[in-house]
Design a protein around this ligand. Sequence first.
Ligand SMILES: Nc1ncnc2c1ncn2[C@@H]1O[C@H](COP(=O)(O)OP(=O)(O)O)[C@@H](O)[C@H]1O
Ligand SMILES: [Mg+2]
Length: 259
Amino acid sequence: MSTLEIKGLHVEIEGKEILKGVDLTINTNEIHAVMGPNGTGKSTLASAIMGHPKYEITAGTVTLDGEDVLEMEVDERAKAGLFLAMQYPSEISGVTNADFLRSAINAQREEGDEVSLMKFIRELDSKMDTLEMDQDMAQRYLNEGFSGGEKKRNEILQLMMLKPKFAVLDEIDSGLDIDALKVVSNGINEMRGENFGCLIITHYQRLLNYITPDHVHVMMQGRVVKSGGPELAQKLEAQGYDWIKEELGIEDETVGQEA
Ligand SMILES: Nc1ncnc2c1ncn2[C@@H]1O[C@H](COP(=O)(O)OP(=O)(O)O)[C@@H](O)[C@H]1O
Ligand SMILES: [Mg+2]
């Protein structure tokens, strides 16, 4: 079993404190969901874990099986088994999807132990089948001209091919129609198992109708303020976030806009 542990994490963006002490422990074989209103720092948490240079860690720790993740370069984090699907995936012109994936897989392996082309193609075909993606998507430039839904499927394709120990999926459901949502959920569910842990960040509960999380956390004003089981997500869907504010006596400060 592997463990990703976030302790007392404080993060600033351009001098403004966004995360004010986040605690979260995720084991492999577990799916955690982080929910919360817009502007509470969910994407900031994802970016900080993955080492986005804009996010300054001012206190706290992130460790993977005791190893200090914050000390690692971004590529070392990937090599250690962390994967981030971003809310807004970037486009890379001139690099095909298939080439990108194969380089990313090989970057995680030792020199001389590269994946064979045949094996790679076979696996790519099968994962693209699961995700109901057109085969020609493999030869298109990375994310260039992809629709919102295609980008999200492509992120899950990367996840399935790279097989990280831990994935952080930020708003992977945004902009997906119901069919795409099911397909993407199937892909994530297929990953479930002893060697995989997942943090799903979502504003809406609907994704969690297809992927049942083991633990649900509510983030507000830069902290995890409440944790529970899948029923917590259902309650949030039905009743919104106000009852939590009341329960915890949180002042209704204006929540920031979504970045
Ligand atoms: N790159 C940035 N520069 C300045 N402020 C940012 C940046 N990213 C996020 N913020 C601010 O940080 C707060 C939290 O944003 P974010 O983590 O995106 O929230 P969430 O994902 O929960 O909607 C917001 O007030 C947002 O405006
Ligand atoms: Mg966000």
